[in-house]
Design a protein around this ligand. Structure first.
Ligand code: SAM
Length: 239
């Protein structure tokens, strides 16, 4: 079994003492049965991964000391995922998979047909952290608060292209053929798809590139993973 990995939001370096939250301490001692002297791997999203030795662990928390760097910091490509939240478990899935698939930032958007009016940003961020711990990553994508799609587009820097997964195009896909590298974001709609007004606006925006994800209409969570995979293979760090 590999080492238990934990995200710690504190500076990391040789000899650096770090604090474990009560939840982390419970996971280490109660679930993984690790105690003082055990080795774990910790990372903070900035300083790479570090082997660390556990100090005392109790219900109220614990401590560890970083010993040596086990992996350099690895940043994902400059790709953001914009998605409309759907049902809770499927929204959790999208965030978890986006973190695993190497998204650099996750932006939940409220579109006209989005059911959710609010999200639990802290819960979604915790899912992104868990995914990074689990997949051996050293980076955790930040998860934004919910923002309305029209507001997001109004403040958008056009240097970042948006790959718009447009269900109306479902059919043969020439996804990303000839598209340039650089900053990108992927936009996935809700269960009801995009409204006519949103579709007009997106179609009239020059940094938005509509694409088909094949002949079948995919669920939004499947569409997010499919689009991330295609982008990573064509323009990202899978090449
Ligand atoms: N209700 C919509 C319809 O019947 O046309 C389907 C919406 S789909 C469940 C959710 C989102 O996934 C869409 O808004 C789009 O972003 C993406 N999507 C699903 N299948 C797609 C496809 N074949 N091509 C492009 N985007 C797709």
């Amino acid at each position: 079994m590999g080492l238990v990995r934990l995200f710690i939001d504190e500076p990391l370096g040789a000899g650096q003492a770090v604090t474990l939250s009560p939840a982390q301490a419970h996971y280490l001692s109660g679930v993984m049965r690790l105690g003082e002297g055990a080795e774990i791997e910790i990372f903070n999203g900035r300083d790479g991964a570090w082997l660390a030795e556990l100090g005392r662990v109790s219900k109220r928390g614990g401590a560890a000391i970083a010993k040596s760097q086990s992996a350099p910091q690895r940043m994902p490509p400059d790709l953001w995922l914009i998605f409309a939240p759907i049902k809770k478990a499927r929204t959790d899935f999208i965030v978890e998979k986006a973190a695993e698939m190497g998204a650099a930032r996750i932006i939940p958007v409220q579109t006209e047909f989005t059911n959710a009016e609010r999200i639990r940003q802290d819960r979604l961020q915790a899912h992104a952290i868990e995914a990074a711990e689990q997949c051996g990553g050293t980076f955790v994508p930040p998860v934004d608060d919910l923002i309305r799609l029209d507001r997001l587009l109004s403040g958008w820097d056009g240097a970042r292209r948006i790959l718009w997964a447009d269900e109306a195009l479902a059919g043969p896909s020439e996804l990303l053929a000839g598209q340039p590298q650089g900053p990108w974001a992927i936009l996935i709609g809700p269960e009801g798809g995009f409204s006519p007004a949103e579709r007009d606006r997106l179609r009239g925006t020059d940094f938005v590139i509509p694409v088909s994800l094949g002949p079948r209409i995919l669920r939004a969570d499947t569409a997010a993973v499919a689009a991330l995979a295609l982008w990573q293979a064509a323009l990202g760090d899978w090449r």
